[in-house]
Design a binder for this molecule. Structure first.
Ligand code: C5P
Length: 231
């Protein structure tokens, strides 16, 4: 079982009031909270700082652009001091290397960079539609190995890819796993899910849980229950 609290709550909303309420109520039961595109694009970096306060946080922006532009993006958000920041592994090794170099210039603690391999909402069929043939697992392993070699600190992957990624890359990379559904929760748009405990037992460093917490009748209680199960 994990010693730290590996629960990251995804605060997916465009409302500052809602995000603040969740941060206050859910935050104490989590190792980190996550703010993503919906919130960042609606309100910008200052609102992120306002909502998270002193709670460690994961800024899930999934950056993808030419290396110079991504490096600039990393420098721009580094001042917020996110603990974790995402970029797409499919942006390639030059982009990831540029992002890492930019992160290294951050004052004090730099954000750890996580490369997103294949979105957990993707099935094999959805992957094939994008022209990326082969099965999901092979694609995750290929992108994961490339991203870590290029300087990513860790990967975002589905729980089903943890074991093969550990076999290939060892215990070094931070593995962060969304697509988590406690028993009985609807899968929503996620395709490759596992329960919180299964994912931790499989070797995830962190699990990301959104709707099963935020849509619960009592979000704080839902977060507390998941944390109790895995810490
Ligand atoms: O509500 P749910 O638990 O499905 O939320 C999962 C969160 O994890 C969302 O914020 C989503 O953007 C994020 N995520 C994901 N798959 C990835 C990377 C991030 O679902 N590969």
């Amino acid at each position: 079982m994990a010693k730290h609290n590996p629960l990251i709550a995804a605060l997916d909303t465009a409302s500052i009031a809602q995000a603040s309420t969740w941060a206050d109520s859910i935050g104490p039961h989590c190792g980190m909270v996550k703010l993503g595109l919906e919130f960042f694009l609606a309100h910008g970096p200052d609102a992120v700082a306002e909502v998270v306060g002193s709670i460690p946080f994961f800024l899930d922006l999934k950056l993808y652009d030419i290396p110079n532009t991504v490096a600039g993006g990393v420098r721009s958000v580094a001042r917020l001091r996110p603990a974790l920041l995402t970029l797409h592994a499919s942006g390639g090794s030059a982009m990831i290397e540029a992002a890492r170099n930019a992160a290294e210039t951050a004052p004090l603690r730099r954000p750890k960079l996580l490369a997103v391999t294949v979105l957990t909402s993707f099935s094999g069929q959805a992957l094939a539609e994008t022209g990326m043939g082969g099965d999901v697992r092979a694609q995750v392993l290929r992108l994961g190995a490339m991203a870590i070699k290029a300087g990513a600190d860790g990967l975002v992957c589905s729980a089903h890819e943890i074991a093969p990624l550990r076999d290939l890359l060892g215990s070094g990379p931070i593995l962060v796993v969304p697509g988590i559904r406690p028993k009985g929760s609807p899968t929503d748009d996620q395709a490759r899910t596992m329960t919180p405990l299964e994912a931790i037992q499989a070797g995830a460093d962190y699990i990301v849980v959104g709707r099963p917490i935020t849509k619960a009748a009592d979000p704080a209680a839902a977060a507390r229950q998941i944390a109790l199960e895995i810490v």
